[in-house]
Design a protein around this ligand. Structure first.
Ligand SMILES: C[S@@+](CC[C@H](N)C(=O)[O-])C[C@H]1O[C@@H](n2cnc3c(N)ncnc32)[C@H](O)[C@@H]1O
Length: 222
């Protein structure tokens, strides 16, 4: 049986890709906010099965997806067949070395909450030199919009209500995964992210909740 949250396990990756498959319609607001241009170079941190990269690559010069999971990257390779401007790299966020690469756009969805708060800060400091001035970074993830990470337990009843409302009829099927994420993973507060970005040379220009536990942050490289 797949271990919860183990992305190197092909059964867990398959479970995620089936239950949380994301349509082009759901990605449309991200693509629009990133304002992708033919001269852009974009990186997707935690690209998973490549469903976002497949849409972004058609609009930009170059796209790079990084991910720690071999099963996810194998799916991504299939989904990105024929797109010659996309590179995939098997690496852990904290070990990623951009080398000479430069990016004008950054994206990450449902992935950076795997880093602890000190890791998030160090990760942003590590990757920032690879982004051009005025680069846009869009992150959609588990983010607590009205309390810090340290107050999850006292907010659990509100979180459960918010999840039931957000996921509707699919909440029961997703409950175990969400509880695992709240209790074992490291989603942070929006204000915490804002200072991690600021300390790494970015200005947060948008904090947009989809619910109290999930939403989007957009930052601009200074
Ligand atoms: C919830 S999935 C999201 C996939 C995709 N971005 C999406 O929106 O469907 C999280 C992804 O992050 C990757 N991931 C988790 N921890 C990671 C780490 N430390 N370094 C690199 N990738 C990681 C997983 O392998 C997985 O593909």
């Amino acid at each position: 049986m797949a271990k919860d949250g183990d992305w190197k396990d092909k059964d867990y990756a398959a479970h995620y890709n089936e239950l949380y498959a994301t349509s082009a319609k759901e990605f449309a607001p991200c693509l629009e906010a990133l304002d992708l241009k033919p001269e852009d170079s974009i990186i997707d941190f935690g690209c998973g099965n490549g469903s976002f990269l497949a849409l972004a690559a058609a609009k930009v010069n170059k796209a790079l997806g990084i991910d720690i999971s071999e099963p996810q990257l194998a799916e991504a390779k299939k989904n990105l067949q024929g797109l010659n401007n996309v590179e995939l790299l098997l690496t852990e966020f904290m070990k990623f070395n951009p080398g000479q690469r430069k990016f004008t756009k950054g994206f990450s969805r449902k992935a950076l909450h795997h880093l602890t708060n000190p890791e998030k800060q160090q990760f942003l400091i590590n990757i920032s030199p690879a982004f051009e001035k005025n680069a846009i970074f869009l992150m959609e993830d588990g983010i607590y919009f009205d309390f810090p990470r340290s107050e999850i337990q006292q907010n659990m009843p509100r979180l459960m209500e918010a999840c039931a409302e957000y996921y509707g009829s699919s909440w029961e099927a997703k409950k175990k995964d969400l509880l695992h994420s709240f209790n074992e993973e490291f989603a942070a507060g929006a204000s915490e992210w804002e200072s991690f970005f600021a300390n790494a040379g970015w200005k947060v220009i948008l904090k947009k909740p989809a619910s109290i536990f999930y939403g989007t942050i957009i930052a601009i490289k200074q």
